[in-house]
Ligand binder design. Structure first.
Ligand code: PEP
Length: 256
């Protein structure tokens, strides 16, 4: 069994007002505040980040930004700096989510800049990588995720490992109800672990690798039982407390 502490994060995407966010997080707080053997986080919309952080103040549940800019300040209308996320109560930020790459033109180079800036601001980062369906069908999965990882790590060093989480999220599995099989996911995670070793040496063993893509209560246990899957990045199923709690429990089961 790995000694890496599992990490399960709910990505709420563009859902929930402040009051809806607080209602959800209050349920999670009641159900999960005592969980210590799995790191749990929620990623609300920016406007709900601070109220959610206040509500979670006395718990171990982490608050996660969904994105950030690479600059700390300046004429960048509409952007949020990593230090401002930290100021609002976030301890992590998701970087390079496929929806950001797909709809907002984020590039591998941009992801690298954001990762560096976020780590410099004292945040931990969840860097997302994943192939499209056509890349998988063309046998290009390893080439694609390998190059995304190489690019994301271009400005990082082994000293950054404690702040780094890598999320493998096949684009064809996000929000589609289609999940990678545990064997498919493990195969890519094992490849990613090897790729990290090439970049970070023995420190790579400490990097937690999350799987994301239609994770739900029904499939979480089998996915999380894979040796190189150290947690889950959960979209749709994180919007209901009960479903999210079941995924956290599945991650706990992996430690038993
Ligand atoms: C995600 O948004 O990162 C995600 C994995 O979404 P879903 O669980 O809905 O596929």
């Amino acid at each position: 069994m790995s000694t890496r502490k599992p990490i399960v994060v709910g990505n709420w995407k563009l859902h929930n007002t402040i009051s809806e966010s607080l209602a959800l997080v209050t349920e999670l707080k009641n159900q999960l505040a005592a969980v210590r053997d799995v790191e749990v986080g929620v990623a609300p919309v920016f406007t709900a980040l601070h109220p959610v952080a206040k509500r979670l103040e006395d718990t171990a549940i982490q608050v996660v930004g969904q994105n950030c800019h690479h600059e700390e300040r300046g004429a960048f209308t509409g952007e949020v700096a990593p230090s401002l996320l930290a100021d609002a109560g976030a301890s992590y930020v998701i970087i390079g989510h496929s929806e950001r790459r797909q709809h907002f033109g984020e590039t591998d180079e941009g992801v690298a800049r954001k990762a560096r800036a976020a780590l410099d601001a004292g945040l931990r980062v969840i860097v997302c990588v994943g192939e499209t369906e056509s890349e998988r069908d063309a046998g290009e999965t390893e080439r694609r995720v390998g190059s995304q990882v190489d690019a994301a790590l271009a400005q990082l060093t082994p000293d950054d490992v404690p702040g780094l989480v890598l999320a493998y999220e096949p684009v064809w599995a996000i929000g589609t109800g289609r999940t990678a099989t545990p064997a498919q996911a493990q195969e890519v995670h094992s490849f990613l672990r090897g790729r990290l070793e090439g970049k970070l040496g023995s420190q790579a063993a400490g990097v937690r690798l999350q799987y994301g893509g239609s994770v739900k209560a029904e499939n979480a246990e089998e996915l999380l039982a894979q040796p190189d899957i150290d947690g889950a990045l959960v979209g749709g199923a994180s919007l209901k407390a009960e479903g999210f709690r079941a995924i956290v429990k599945a991650a706990q089961g992996d430690r038993a």
